[in-house]
Design a binder for this molecule. Structure first.
Ligand code: FES
Length: 96
């Protein structure tokens, strides 16, 4: 109905699936990025910088800053904010 400003409540999620984060089984949902799963799993640090060792994690959330790099299925430096979680993914935070 035009002009109807009711707010929809609730979120409909698909069937959960499992990925592995630093050796631990973690539940993810269709449409979630790796960054989302990592934040929900616990801990904002996705990596440490190579030179200073400072922690980095989700910052821009749109692929520009490269602060969210992780190792995904053996491939290093994948931007977690741009990558959807897939069943069976193996994610490693790039922490020192
Ligand atoms: S959070 Fe900036 S590139 Fe992913």
């Amino acid at each position: 109905m035009p002009g109807d400003l009711r707010i929809q409540t609730g979120v409909t999620r698909g069937q959960p699936f499992q990925i592995t984060v630093n050796g631990n089984a973690v539940e993810a949902y269709p449409g979630e990025t790796i960054a989302t799963v990592l934040l929900a799993e616990g801990g904002p640090a996705f990596r440490h910088t190579a030179l200073s060792g400072e922690p980095r994690g989700l910052f821009c959330g749109m692929g520009l800053c490269f602060d969210c790099l992780v190792t995904l299925n053996g491939k290093q430096n994948v931007r977690a904010c741009l990558t959807y979680a897939q069943p069976g993914d193996i994610v490693e935070r790039q922490l020192r």
